[in-house]
Design a protein around this ligand. Sequence first.
Ligand SMILES: Cc1ncc(COP(=O)(O)O)c(C=O)c1O
Length: 242
Amino acid sequence: MIPIARPSIGVEEKKAVQDILDSGMIAQGNKVKELEDGFADYTGTKYAVAVTSGTSALHTALLACGIKEGDEVITAPFSFTATANSILYCGAKPVFSDTDADTFNIDSEKIEEKITSKTKAVLIVHLFGKPCDMDRIKEICDTHNLILIEDACQAHGAEYKGQKIGSIGDCGVFSFYPTKNMTTGEGGMITTNSVDIDKKCRIIRDHGQDGRDNQVMLGYNYRMTDISAAIGVEQLKSLKGL
Ligand SMILES: Cc1ncc(COP(=O)(O)O)c(C=O)c1O
C-alpha cells in the first residue's frame, strides 16, 4: 500500500519523547506550554491553546465564542466532516454556503445571502492550505457583527497578504493529525488575539474548571499530553525551517 502522506519523524522527535517519558511528567505540563508559546509566535497571535485534535479545537473554539443551541453558523460544504460536526456538537445549525469553482474554498460573494437573524458566526476553511478571500469575508463579518473562525487544519504556515493564516479571524484552528503539515500524532491548537477567548478555551479543555476544582461551566477533557507536545515542538522547528 502507498501512504498518501508519511509523517517525517526524526531522531529529535524520538529523543524528545524519550526525555518526557524519563521525566515521569507525561500529562499536560511544560512541554505543552512550550508548544503553545512557539505556535503563537509562529502564527503571530498573542495566544495559542493546545488540545487533543483539530476536531476538539473546533468544538472548543466555537464554545469559547459563545455558539449555542439555536444559533446558525455559516460554513463551507467542501471540507472534512469535522468542520460541520463541530457546529452540531454545540447544538447549532451548520448553514452551507456554496464553493468557489476556481479555489474550492467558500465563495465569499455568496456568504451574505445566507445570513439570518440567527447567524452568529462564519466558520471558513482554508482548504488544501489555500487561503480564503479574507478581506471580503472579514468585511462581511464586521458589517454584520459576526464571529469569524478560521478552520486552518490544512493550512499551517499559509499566508494571506503577508499575514499568517489563523491570525486574521477571531480565532484559528489547527490539526496535528499525521497527514498535516506538522504532527503530534493526534492533536490540535486554537490561536487567538483575544484574552477572553484564550481564557475560555483553557477552561473548556480542562473540564470547565477555572483553576483547580473551581467549576464554572460544562467542559471536556481535551488536554494535550507532554508526550504529544514534545513531538510538536520538534515538528514546529522543522516547519519553521521550510
Ligand atoms: C479542514 C479540516 N478540519 C478539521 C479537521 C479535523 O482534525 P482532526 O483530524 O485532528 O480532528 C481536519 C482533519 O482532517 C481537516 O482537514
